[in-house]
Structures are given as C-alpha cells and as structure tokens.
Design a protein around this ligand. Structure first.
Ligand SMILES: [Mn+2]
Length: 320
C-alpha cells in the first residue's frame, strides 16, 4: 500500500472526508475513532508513501504524543493533516513546525476543508459530498459552504445528508457499513441511490419516533434537568429528545457501563446559561468522575453510586 487515509468513523463529516480523499488520490482508507487513532498510527502498513489524516484529533492530555508520532512518521511518509477541531495556539504552533501539510480551520468542517484542498482533482459533483459533511456537522453556515449551497437545490442536499446520517446511525455498529458508504460516495453515487440507504434511514426514523414516546414515558424532570436511562448507542440523541419531551433547558441521558460506572450525555437549549462542558467537568471531578465538552453538548463518566447526586448538582448549577 502506497497511500492511506485515516478518517473519523463516527459521523458523515469523517466519512465524506475519506470519500473525497479517495476520489482524488485513489488512496486506501481506514476509519477510526479518537481512541483507535493512536493504534492505527503506530501500526501503519509497510512502504507507505502518503498519509492523509482527516477529522481526527486528540485531547490536550495526549497532544504531545500525537505531535511526536506525526513527527516520527513524517521522516519517511508525506503527511497531510486536515482538521477543524479547536487547537490551543501552542498546539497549533507545534503542528506547524512539523514537516507535514497542515490544513486546519475551525470555520469549516473537515469534509469542506478536504474538498477545497483537493478541488482541482475532483469531479464537480464532489461539492455535494462536501455539503453533506457541512450540513451534518452543523457547519453549512460558513461562507464557503453557503456559496456552494447556492448552486444546488438546498432541499436535495438536506434530503441526501439526512439519509446518510440516519442510515449511518442505524448501522454504525457494523464496521463494514461506513466503509461501504465511503466507497460509494467516492464513486460520486448519490446517497438515495446507494442500495439500502433509504430503507435504513427510514428504519432509523422509526427508531427515533419510538424513542420520542419512550423518553417522555421513562424520563424524569427536576427543576431544570430532565434525565433518563437508556441502552441506545447514541446517548446524545436521547439527551436531545429529553429537551423536547419535557421542555427542559437541560437533558441528561445515562447508560450503565460495567463495572459500576455510568456514562452520561448532556444537551441543552439556549435557556441554559452555563457552559455545559465546563460545568459537568467540575461536578464530575468532585464525584470521582471526569467529563467535559462544548457549551451545549457535553458528557461525563461517574461512579454509579454518585449518578443521582451529580444530576441533582447539575440541576442546581443550571438554576444559579
Ligand atoms: Mn467534523
């Protein structure tokens, strides 16, 4: 293998990025998660000449190790790193010092950055693949994405993007499914023409519709926080549905993880005035757990015995 793309397996941004790299370079591709990224980098195939890393990053604690590996690999491999996750200025500077091609911009999704980087060697339809990434990553509001969107039927792009994201949600556990999507998108197939995608997306819409009812029935409401236990793969989705089911400013979905740990996803509306990631990070740490995230989407892991205390404390913190 001469050329390989490592991209994010979890969402359409990563899948679109891999498809665009493949369409342009004919690279092989491997879809990984933040956790399996290091493993993949340590075990690259022999004789690799080009490596593309898309929509993948690492948290602050492992950033030095990440820069280290890239530096070591760059002695023998040409590396292009395309990402849009926030980087602290010193981390960005450390990446810039490496002899790699760094394509980094927080203003666009990875799929759009990949598209712009390879534009000259891509067919015109590749712009649609970039838009699927932008729509599903909530980054279609950027200047570049808007300009491209204007040249397509917006409803068509929304439909194709939603089909992709729902079909992936239905089949995300099967590692072959995202691989199949990358291969078909790289051939510039429209999502609705990829066998099974429409059916899988509709099946997922049924799952979500049933979940809406269930969350209402099984969830509990405190003053500000609605919470619910779930066995769903996407705890984030359940947290989001709680917001609507209870008109709550904050939704918390939790899942039991053996042994004795509970994993929580948190989502909030604009009525919540605290930074969710920072707030839950501080509360979880006090209760023997850890957590963090964005202003309106966050997560944590805490001991099962502390779960209700954490949720009640969050309820108080949101009220303050
Ligand atoms: Mn992304």
């Amino acid at each position: 293998m001469k050329s390989l793309c490592l991209s994010h397996v979890k969402d359409i941004d990563g899948i679109s990025s891999a498809a665009l790299v493949r369409a342009s370079t004919r690279s092989e591709f491997m879809l990984v998660d933040y956790d399996s990224l290091f493993d993949a980098l340590e075990n690259l195939p022999e004789g690799l000449e080009d490596l593309y890393v898309c929509d993948l990053g690492t948290d602050q604690s492992r950033f030095a190790a990440f820069v280290d590996i890239l530096g070591r690999l760059s002695r023998t491999i040409r590396i292009t790193y395309i990402d849009h996750h926030y980087l602290a200025p010193e981390d960005r500077a450390a990446l810039k010092r490496l002899p790699i091609e760094l394509v980094h911009n927080v203003g666009d999704c990875a799929g759009m950055l990949t598209y712009l980087h390879f534009k000259d060697s891509l067919p015109p339809e590749a712009a649609m693949v970039a838009l699927y990434a932008a729509v599903t990553d909530y980054m279609d509001d950027s200047k570049k994405a808007k300009a491209i969107m204007q040249t397509y039927d917006r409803h068509m792009i929304m439909l194709e993007s939603s089909l992709l994201s729902y079909a992936l949600a239905k089949n995300g556990k099967d590692p072959e499914y995202p691989r199949m999507l990358v291969a078909k998108l790289a051939e510039m197939r429209l999502p609705h023409q990829i066998p099974g995608v429409v059916e899988e997306a509709i099946a997922q819409a049924d799952v979500v519709a049933r979940l809406i009812g269930r969350v209402k029935h099984e969830g509990k409401m405190l003053e500000n926080v609605a919470y619910c236990e779930t066995k769903q793969t996407s705890t984030g989705l359940v947290a989001k549905l709680l917001l609507g089911a209870f008109g709550a400013p904050v939704g918390v979905a939790f899942k039991r993880k053996a042994p004795e740990r509970v994993e929580m996803s948190l989502r909030c509306t604009s009525k919540c005035e605290v930074h969710l990631g920072k707030t839950i990070g501080a509360i979880a740490a006090k209760h023997g757990g850890s957590g963090g995230g964005h202003a309106r989407a966050a997560g944590c892991t805490v001991p099962a015995s502390e779960m209700l205390k954490v949720i009640r404390e969050l309820d108080q913190a949101v009220a303050a």
